[in-house]
Unconditional design. Structure first.
Length: 330
């Protein structure tokens, strides 16, 4: 074959290899959402495809709350946000959970950090949410409104989390629903996601009962028990108590003078300090949802106590309970 004929044949082969698509270049073609592939799990992330149920996420949640900074007593809130709020500052590894929306990750897929850190970009302006919260972010450029796959993934994760820690539905919020976030514009799509997640999470079961005696009456009270870090968050973000005779018992390891505040709280609360099986003080505390730290009011006990009981505002007076009434733990 002559040199000319060999060159013509090579040219025809090159032309055929480029048809019918355009010839390749140094610039990668744009990726379509349908072509997105969920990355494999690695040392940092556990990956889950769309449609994974709460049961399928259980192991990842258990691994997350097994880390020292996010143990069962250090996880009380979930803050849901769209990554678009962060613009060019968005970093996937800054969050505990990333939900795919068909952009860089398949819609409804989940990437969950294997090691949950204290920060996780939950809300830098609110220390309690930052310390005791989980951040869940929808990947950048997600189509609006968020798809059914995204909503299902958010609900499944929050349900899985609620099976391992006593998180209350009221404590799952969209970014702008959290206190001290007024600088963030309201996002109705975020709020819808938070509502979907709350609907998937049951109210935590009670931890026990105590009996308060007022004259001839014995009133049985269902209690949520708070110890360790749970003491620090109490009724924060909660919209109400979950029953007429239901309260929250704070149990400390030793007797000492105690202080309560109402930061991040929506509703007024009655507080009783308990000592030696009796009520020593009853105080009505007013909510300070977004009060500047310097203006926060502290409700200090008059003596060293080990227990405190929170009830709906007005409950003690309504039931004839006063200082000196006895309290029996079951």
């Amino acid at each position: 074959m002559s040199r000319w004929r060999r060159g013509a044949l090579l040219a025809l082969i090159w032309i055929a290899s480029c048809a019918p698509a355009a010839c390749t270049s140094d610039e990668a073609p744009l990726q379509r959402a349908a072509d997105v592939v969920l990355p494999e799990s690695d040392e940092q992330w556990e990956t889950f495809p769309a449609g994974t149920t709460a049961d399928g996420l259980a192991a990842a949640v258990l691994r997350g709350i097994s880390t020292p900074q996010k143990g069962p007593d250090f996880t009380r809130f979930v803050v849901i946000r769209a990554a678009d709020r962060h613009g060019s500052g968005y970093r996937a590894d800054g969050f505990h959970v990333v939900v795919g929306a068909g952009v860089a990750l398949p819609a409804g897929s989940l990437r969950i950090q294997k090691r949950w850190t204290m920060s996780g970009m939950v809300d830098g302006g609110n220390e309690q949410l930052q310390t005791s919260g989980i951040s869940l972010v929808i990947e950048p450029d997600a189509p609006r409104p968020f798809s059914a796959e995204v909503r299902a993934a958010v609900a499944a994760f929050c349900e899985a989390l609620s099976r391992r820690v006593p998180i209350h539905p009221d404590c799952i919020v969209a970014m702008q629903e959290a206190p001290y976030t007024r600088s963030h514009a309201a996002d109705p799509d975020e709020r819808e996601l938070a509502a979907v997640a709350r609907a998937a999470v049951p109210v935590p079961p009670i931890d026990g009962y105590l009996t308060i005696r007022a004259g001839d009456r014995a009133i049985r009270v269902a209690i949520e028990r708070r110890t360790k870090n749970g003491i620090q968050v109490g009724m924060m973000l909660r919209r109400k108590f979950d029953g007429t005779d239901r309260g929250m018992l704070f149990e400390y390891s030793h007797h000492a003078t105690r202080n309560f505040w109402m930061k991040n709280c929506r509703i007024p609360i009655d507080l009783a300090y308990l000592k030696a099986g009796k009520i020593r003080e009853i105080i009505t505390m007013e909510p300070q949802w977004e009060a500047p730290h310097a203006n926060l009011r502290y409700y200090q006990s008059n003596s060293a106590v080990r227990y405190a009981l929170e009830m709906p505002a007005g409950w003690f007076a309504k039931n004839g309970v006063s200082v000196g009434s006895s309290v029996e733990f079951e």
